[in-house]
Structures are given as structure tokens and as C-alpha cells.
Ligand binder design. Sequence first.
Ligand code: PLP
Ligand code: COI
Length: 367
Amino acid sequence: MSEALKDKISITLNQNPKPLIPKEEITFGKYFTDHMLEMRWSAKGGWKKPEIKPYGPLMLDPASLVLHYGLECFEGMKAYRKNDGEVVLFRPEMNMKRLNTSAERLMLPTFDTDLVLEGIKELVRLDSRWIYKDEGYSLYIRPTMIGSEATLNMTSSGEAILYVICCPVGPYFGSAVTLLANTEDVRAWPGGVGSKKVGGNYAPCIKPAYDARAKGADQVLWLLGDDHKVTEAGTMNFMVYWINSDGDRELITAPLDGTILPGITRDSLLHIAGKIEGVKVTERIFTMSELIKAQSENRLLECFGCGTACIVSPVKAIIYDSKTYKVPLDPNNASAQYSPLARKLYDQLLFIQYGKSDEYQSWTPSI
Ligand code: PLP
Ligand code: COI
């Protein structure tokens, strides 16, 4: 650690580092690394110096605002190990910015994104042994902010804790999923907080996810309005590749109108797809009836979800109004598990995330 950084961040090393989890046992979000970053704020004193310390429980007053009114927001980002051993992050400034936007909406304090990013880099450096060397492994990083003032008054929080924890994740190459288009529950709505990564958006989605599983689906396809606008899938942005009414091969996804999360994977894939010849990229509102029409006219080419945790997740069927609509995976390969455009985007994204692309070096700053 440089002398300059020592002035900005304090570090207490974990004297009892845990044994690494065998690779086969890694499951998303279950095992955590040896250290965490913590930075406390109070209305009187502002932000204190960030501290990196051994991973461990937080002490919270049972009256803390987060425990009663859900004053919490979070991020999901990853660190990757390149072939030469160097560790890089993926577009981390976007996560920092989005966390500040979410915090603002909850009247939690905003923070110096450069400082927190420096802290995250140092945390990842200290815990980098948790990024397994084999292909496809990475470190999932979860920055979180909570309102910790002890009061049952429904007010903004005079105290906050920003903390960052990390867990190892293995290669993810999900097989194609079935979505249940949910016509009862709504994830987000105009004027709501669907575009913010606040915990309050996630708790109400757990039951619909279980209900979808009970009906034979893997995830929920979230709709909006009487016309069933297609928004997101599970905790992913949702993309459709079809031949549109003009005969163009079009990759279409819902626009950033405040009802969907502005996904960093979404933004990256739109950027990458925009450079593929013959693919038109469109962000606009579209509905279930358009999707079903394209399917019935054999114009539907692929559907997939995308996000930091799942990367790219191809869709093989959508259940809507008790009917199951098959989504092609690959018309040229009956046993295909991954649709061709989804696969291409997945491969290109991973190539970039592992720092292999000269063109996108600016997306993968080293730690
Ligand atoms: N939509 C929701 C509701 C999410 O929770 C996520 C995951 O973070 C995404 C979309 C994808 O966003 P990102 O690509 O930034 O991970
Ligand atoms: C992510 O993709 O990073 C997420 O945040 C998903 C998580 C809610 C499981």
C-alpha cells in the first residue's frame, strides 16, 4: 500500500485468514473473503476515514432505520484475474455512480466515488487469493449502504454505514431458462424507484420468484401496464432479438424510462451489439403482444437476460396467460443450449471483462 493511500484508508489485517473454499463448493453469495471495507457517516461529522478490517458482523441498534423502513441500497460488481495474473475491475465507476444515485433517492449521504473505489481496489488486492486462477472465476463485490440511525421516526438517517464485502464466484454458463410473464405482481412503475438499486425493490420480488418456480418457470418476466409492456426478467435486464416489421434483425430492450435498472451489462451489450454488422440495436417500449406475434410469425430469433451475476442468460420459453411460447435457441442446431447472438455477446463480454480486448482497456482498470 502506498504512503499516500495509508493517509486515506486505515487497514487492520485479518490474522486468521480462512482456508479457501474448494472450487466445486463455490455457490453464488455464500462464502465471503477475509476482509471488508467500512466507512461510517454522521450528519454532524460527515464521512469518517474508510477502514479495511477483518470480515465480521456489524453491530446495529435494533431501532436502526434500515431494519424498519428499509433504508438500504447496494451494488453488484466483479473483479477478474487476467491471464498474466493482473486483477481488473469492470466499469467500476458506473457502479459507484449508481450507488450514489440510489443513496440520494433514500436521502442517504453521497460519497466520494474516487475514494471508495480506491478502498475497493485495496480490499480486492488484499483478498485477491479468492479470485481463483482458472478460467471463468471472478470475485463478486457487494458495496452496500444502510441508514443506521436508531429511531423509529420515519425520517432521513442521521447516520449511515457504507460497507463492501466480497465473495468468490465460479464460471457461469447457465443453461437456457423458462420465464413466467407475471400478469399480477408489478416490480416497478412510473414514478417509482425501479431504476434505483434499493433493497426495497428486491424483497417483494422473492415471493413471485417462488410462485414462478412452482409453475415450472425459472424466473419472472416483469410486465408493466394493461398493455403488458416487457421490462426486466428476474434480476436481469431483458433483450429480444427478432426480425422486425421492416425486415431488420433487431436487438431490442426496454428504454431507461425510470422503471428498469440501468444495467451496466445492458449498456455494455448494447454497445458491443451495435458494432456487429447486420444487427440493429433499439431501446424502446415493446409489449407482450408484439413478442407473441413475432413468435407466431417465426420472426423471434432469441431472448436473453443480462446482469453482473448471471452475465448472459438465454431464454428457451415464456409462459404467458397459461400458454407456453417456445423461444428458439438456435434454428440451425436442435441440441443448442445457447442462442447464437447471446453466445457471441457472452463471449465478447467475457473477453473484455478479462482484460483481453485492446479496444476496451478503459473498461477494465487494474486494481
Ligand atoms: N435489473 C435488476 C433488477 C438487477 O437487480 C440487476 C442486477 O444488478 C440488473 C438488472 C443488471 O444490472 P447490472 O448489469 O448492472 O448488474
Ligand atoms: C447482480 O446481477 O449483480 C445482482 O445484483 C443480482 C443479485 C440481486 C442477485
